[in-house]
Design a protein around this ligand. Structure first.
Ligand code: XMP
Length: 513
């Protein structure tokens, strides 16, 4: 299965999973491991190549992450990126210094197209730079294979020892020929045949789950969204009826969504699952009463979810494992990598400190949304589920600014249902990345039927995005917006104004809280 694996050694950069993803796009299996992993452990995995990631440190820093120099004698091809490239230079006798001119963003790099990494790459090519240090002098035995006007060693190689390094980031989209470079590394230099396919992720994940779970009982937190649906079907394939899916209706779902989820995963649906629906609406409303701070809402909902699961687990008896559909953007935005906390994604940062399960299984933790969708298709999950709109775990609570009340939930459910219906009617549902209504905490004066109103404003959001980590506001047709506005103010009691959110991410986020 994994006879062709490339490993990524994580030195703390932002794009570590992206590197792994790009390698997988070259049809080569790839795993990310911490830089602290031992040489014995590396050898035991028999990788065909090793990639050192970037990272925020300076190689000379007191606590800078390092690895044993002997890694270069294992005979495994190595590619160092950014910090990784500087580390190679540092460990092998080159010089790394603070660059007189830092480079950030798009940069034209001149490459030596005869170098192994740059076969087929244009001599002048746009790359993404992000560095304050640079390699001032390459180690002995290395050839400089790329430069910029201010960066003398933008890439270097010691082809006879199979060691390669780039100061820039080939893994990001902005490096126009980055995929070619990574392809050259994994397929030509490492000699991988590229026999791995996405369905091998499914097979591998199933094997790993089988091994981990053994005869144990598993509980899956199912929300009906893409991620948890894919996680549930994956688990069902691996452990069959040892799995019970628990769907907590926290009363913060979209209109009629609870019944829709039950129709798909319940006893009348296409899957042969143990399915339990827990109607815990009131319990969540009570806990959220009077709470206005977004992170507090998220933590309360995350904690309450786990408590409900624990209770269900006790009823089933002897449940060891909890499965969650956490995906990679949830992990990094919750600040569990090196990045700052943006928001505590429910399932990750929203977890309470103490969780009463032997282990949490998160089989999709390293995947991006579109990879999860691919896996969902491999598993035979129908398109209408695989391409569902993302919906956050804390649900409408984070689309209602300020205190959550039953009255506000009803208002928002109705407005959101109208918005989605009109987007569907206009045939825009698959061309917009994500769209939803939010209830602002703003009340303003209006006039309806000669009477003064003092009601809430609904905000409409629609974004173009593929990875949900960055997004642009979608330019929805004006006639659709007008229709939605008319219907919302006429049909939803308590709303007298509709606003459209024109902000991208960054600087905003997709959700409002
Ligand atoms: P933000 O608001 O961070 O959202 O730009 C990015 C994507 O993540 C979804 N999202 C969540 N998904 N649990 C989830 O499973 C959460 O707590 C959560 N918060 C945001 C959001 O809908 C968007 O697709």
């Amino acid at each position: 299965m994994k006879e062709e694996m490339v490993i990524v050694l994580d030195f703390g950069g932002q794009y570590n999973q992206l590197i792994a993803r790009r390698v997988r796009e070259c049809n080569v299996y790839c795993e990310v491991h911490p830089y602290t992993i031992s040489l014995d452990e590396i050898e035991a995995m028999h990788p065909k190549g090793i990639i050192f990631t970037g990272g925020p440190n300076s190689v000379y820093g007191a606590d800078s992450p390092q690895c044993a120099k002997e890694i270069f004698t294992l005979g495994i091809p190595i590619l160092g990126i950014c910090y990784g490239s500087q580390l190679i230079a540092h460990l092998l006798g080159g010089t790394v210094e603070t660059a007189p001119t830092s480079e950030y963003g798009r940069t034209e790099v001149t490459v030596d197209a005869s170098a192994g990494l740059f076969a087929g790459v244009n001599e002048k090519t746009i790359c993404w730079m992000s560095h304050t240090d640079y390699i001032a002098q390459a180690p002995e035995g290395f050839t400089i294979t790329a430069h910029t006007p201010v960066c003398p060693v933008a890439a270097m190689e010691a082809a006879d020892r199979n060691i390669y390094a780039t100061q820039f980031h080939p893994e990001v989209m902005h490096t126009q020929e980055g995929m070619k470079m990574l392809y050259n590394f994994v397929r030509q230099i490492c000699g991988c045949s590229g026999s791995w396919k996405m369905d091998s992720f499914v097979e591998t994940a199933i094997e790993q789950i089988e091994q981990k779970v053994g005869n144990g009982k598993v509980l899956c937190a199912l929300s009906g969204g893409v991620d948890s649906s894919v996680a549930a079907v994956l688990l069902a394939k691996a452990v069959g009826k040892q799995l019970t899916c628990v769907f907590v209706d926290h009363g913060l779902l979209r209109k009629q969504e609870g019944d829709e989820v039950e129709a798909v995963f319940g006893p009348d649906g296409p899957y042969d699952l143990n399915f339990i629906r827990v109607n815990a609406q009131q319990r969540f409303y009570d806990k959220l009463a009077g709470i206005t701070e977004p992170e507090e809402k998220r933590k309360i909902i995350g904690e309450e979810f786990i408590r409900v699961f624990e209770e269900e687990a006790k009823k089933i008896g002897a449940v060891d494992f909890l499965v969650q559909g956490t995906i990679y953007p949830d992990v990094i935005e919750s600040g569990l990598g090196k990045s700052a906390v943006i928001k505590s994604h429910h399932n990750v940062g929203g977890l309470p400190d103490y969780v009463d399960f032997k282990e949490i299984i998160e089989p999709l933790r390293d995947l991006f949304k579109d990879e999860v969708r691919k896996a969902g298709k491999e598993l035979g999950i129908p398109d209408y589920l695989v391409y569902r709109q993302p919906f956050p775990g804390p649900g409408l609570a984070i689309r209602i600014i300020g205190e959550v009340t039953e009255e506000k939930i009803k208002m928002l459910q109705d407005a959101d249902a109208i918005y989605r219906e009109e987007i569907d009617k206009a045939g825009l549902q698959s061309s917009v990345g994500q769209y939803f209504a939010a209830l602002t905490n703003m009340r303003s004066v209006g006039v309806m039927g000669d009477f003064r109103t003092y009601d809430y404003a609904i905000a409409l959001r629609a974004v173009e995005t593929s990875d949900f980590m960055t997004a642009d506001a979608a330019e929805l047709p004006w006639d659709v917006l007008k229709k939605v506005t008319n219907r919302i103010v006429n049909e939803v009691k308590g709303v007298n104004r509709v606003l459209y959110d024109c902000t991208g991410k960054p600087p905003a986020t997709i959700e409002f809280e």
